[in-house]
Unconditional design. Structure first.
Length: 391
């Protein structure tokens, strides 16, 4: 949740979202920047790098060619967000980019533009702290960029891309205090939220944006899916992103999750077989430990089809141990698998096996209220035992 607030701050501070009031705000060869962004989203970093080098050579006086590296770096991290090996690399490289961007501050015409990009890079640092649950460090970084929120909300940055930052912020600033009252005090220094306007702004950028169109469509789809229960709309958007960027595992995995929710198990199965094949072939950005998530999705698919034996088989494969810190960060999918396995065993009238899985869930980390659900089902199992109707 904090990640999304800080992401909105990052985008709000980016000059790619600013109104080009003067020539300094208009990047040269913007179509080349868009080509580079397409390469980044499709994880074609070799072609991106070649184009970036040419852009830097042609426009050494502009900061865009430097800053876009932060987006490329973040996309690399996002494909394997739980992997700790990237932690130090990401922070150190961002610091280097910030140092490069600070060199533009000596140019009077570029100073403000460079300052915006520096704040955007700081925003990326805040996001990494959030994903690692380093809340204090994230707050320190995020506070440096707070000034841009009002500019987007009150229309001073009045273009399609600016609506992404305002939309993301307004949506979550509305729902967070209602859902998590204890966090309300943390948002007192921020502008009030507006859920309806937030959704409208996100949809507008997803349809009309330039630099922020893809990320706006991605976030809008996730909100529709995870928060608004508008799954069909979310699936249509995510499927479009996956089709446009077929090598991107992030869009693929979300598309499969939404397909399962909608009951499109054939489509989901097809997607996951492609994903698993890329893992077996050791393709870039498809690491072996992602098999845990793949097997969990298979389990969901077969459970939805009422093929319970197959579902159990795949959920068990998702329990394969992963060593070290990476295993700790991927524990949530072991918990999800055990919880779902417990549900399946209940349907199979095997309360003894279901109880075993729910009890294991209580001994592990709490993800998406997993312990609450496990306790509820353990109570049901106990009630059936007392009534003599247990499996």
């Amino acid at each position: 949740m904090r990640y999304l607030i800080l992401l909105s701050i990052l985008v709000l501070r980016s000059p790619l979202s600013a109104t080009p009031d003067g020539q300094p705000w208009t990047p040269p060869e913007s179509e080349k920047l868009l080509e580079m962004l397409d390469d980044i989203y499709n994880l074609d970093f070799d072609h991106y790098r070649q184009k970036q080098e040419r852009y830097l050579a042609r426009h050494p006086q502009r900061p865009e060619g430097v800053f876009i590296e932060a987006i490329a770096l973040w996309m690399r991290i996002l494909t394997d967000i739980y992997n700790p090996k990237y932690d130090g690399i990401f922070a150190n490289r961002l610091d280097e980019l910030i140092d490069q961007l600070e060199e533009f501050e000596d140019d009077e015409k570029m100073a403000e533009v460079a300052a915006f990009y520096i704040n955007a890079a700081v925003g990326f640092k805040a996001i990494m702290h959030v994903t690692r649950q380093q809340w204090f460090s994230a707050a320190l970084e995020g506070r440096k960029a707070i000034g841009g929120i009002e500019k987007a909300i009150d229309g001073r940055w009045n273009n399609a891309d600016a609506h992404f930052g305002s939309g993301l912020y307004l949506y979550y600033a509305d729902i967070i205090p209602k859902k998590y009252p204890l966090l309300k005090a943390l948002l007192l220094i921020y502008p009030d939220g507006d859920k309806a306007r937030g959704l409208s702004d996100l949809a507008y950028t997803a349809e009309n944006g330039l630099f922020a169109r893809v990320v706006a469509a991605y976030m809008y789809s996730l909100i529709l899916y995870t928060r608004e229960n508008r799954v069909s709309e979310a699936y249509k958007i995510m499927s479009g992103l996956s089709m446009r960027y077929p090598q991107n595992p992030i869009f693929m995995m979300w598309q499969a999750s939404m397909a399962i929710k909608l009951g499109h198990t054939g489509e989901a199965l097809k997607i996951m077989k492609v994903y698993e094949k890329r893992i077996r072939e050791k393709q870039p950005f498809y690491p072996g430990h992602k098999q845990r998530i793949v097997q969990f999705r298979y389990g969901q698919i077969y459970s939805r089809r009422h093929e319970y034996a197959k579902a159990i088989e795949h959920y068990k494969k998702a329990l394969k141990p992963i060593s070290g810190l990476l295993g700790e960060r991927l524990e949530r999918y072991e918990v999800y698998s055990r919880l779902q396995m417990g549900y399946v065993y209940e349907r199979m009238k095997r309360d003894d096996l279901a109880r075993e899985q729910f009890e294991r869930v209580l001994q592990m980390g709490d993800y998406q209220q997993s312990r609450r659900w496990a306790r509820q089902h353990l109570k049901k199992i106990e009630q059936r035992r007392k009534n003599g109707t247990d499996g």
